[in-house]
Write a protein that binds this ligand. Sequence first.
Ligand code: FMN
Length: 380
Amino acid sequence: MLRFLTGGESHGPGLMGIIEGFPAQVAINPDAINRDLARRQHGYGRGGRMKIESDKIQILSGLRGGKTLGSPLSFTIVNKDYENWLPYMDPCQIDGESKKVTAPRPGHADLPGSIKYGFDDIRNVLERSSARETAARVAIGSIIRQLLQNFNIQAACHVVSIGGIAVNTLNPSFHDLAKAEQSPVRVIDSQAAERIMKLIDQTKMEGESLGGVFEIMITGVPVGLGSYVQWDRKLDARLAYALQSIQGIKGVEFGGGFACAAQRGSQVHDEIFYHSDRGYYRRTNHAGGIEGGMSNGQPIVIRCAMKPIPTLTKPLRTVDINTKQPCTAAIERSDICAVPAAAVVGEAVALTVIGEEFLRKCSGDSLEEITKQWKHWQSL
Ligand SMILES: Cc1cc2nc3c(=O)[nH]c(=O)nc-3n(C[C@H](O)[C@H](O)[C@H](O)COP(=O)(O)O)c2cc1C
């Protein structure tokens, strides 16, 4: 069974991850992981922190001579900003007063987190609840991508809308998504990209923040990942759980998604055809590649809605957790809009679920063993 954990505080010494159950003999290229980490850091609308960090993975175990050993794969990503935070973030001894946060931000983990863990300093909450953690998840997704590429499974993402400005391109192909890589807002429609960047500038001046919607597409997923036999084995349910766990994600939909609810059955369900060369095939993909909790061989298409960033430079009203007096919310250095970055995180997180389910179907200790199972499965 493939499983993983992440650790690390936003301004602590670094992030870490550990992946268990990863097969042996898989070639892993750290440069490819660093490219995915850089994709997460870019994007118009991100704050000053991303100018300080240039994330690089340091693999600590599970890899020898560029190939996995089958032992736990562990890594760290150093937080460069830690140097600036040493007096406040040293694991053993700190200046606990000067960076104390007592004004919880509405929409963040601040208030419920400090009540739950009994803290009088919200910094103890925000350091871990912050989306800095997603750098570790991107690294894990990137490692799993390198396994899945051996089986022609690929993933990409793009931004569909920001602050209500939607991209014109409907149902783009996997090939089209490459255009998003060149866009500062990860949008394939250059006119919409211009309008979105203007909106981000204006929003910044107004002390506000923005959310949006991004789409993930995964191709090459064979029929039969996930299962209908038990609620917690359904592929769409497992993907929704994982994607919903990303900081700021408020909704997940597959294929036609919420719009299906207003349509008729014949507009929503993908008719089935058969050809001796191709096998079963569909002419549409309203289901987003999943039927009955299982992949059906079509591209998996998922959209996630991200709420506007909670930290505002024109802060909202709140209550000081120690004095209980009204005040305005704390201002941490913050993004205005992180939808393009969240799309990269979503892509990585979706890959982790596909990787787990793939290895459940094609289990084995080494790449060779898994490949034999995969070939057998393809031949059925
Ligand atoms: C890539 C990424 C970057 C984010 N950057 C910020 C940020 O700079 N400031 C902020 O307040 N929230 C940011 N968020 C969102 C918060 O982390 C999130 O809203 C918060 O943890 C509360 O969780 P919830 O929105 O899921 O309830 C970011 C989220 C992601 C995915």
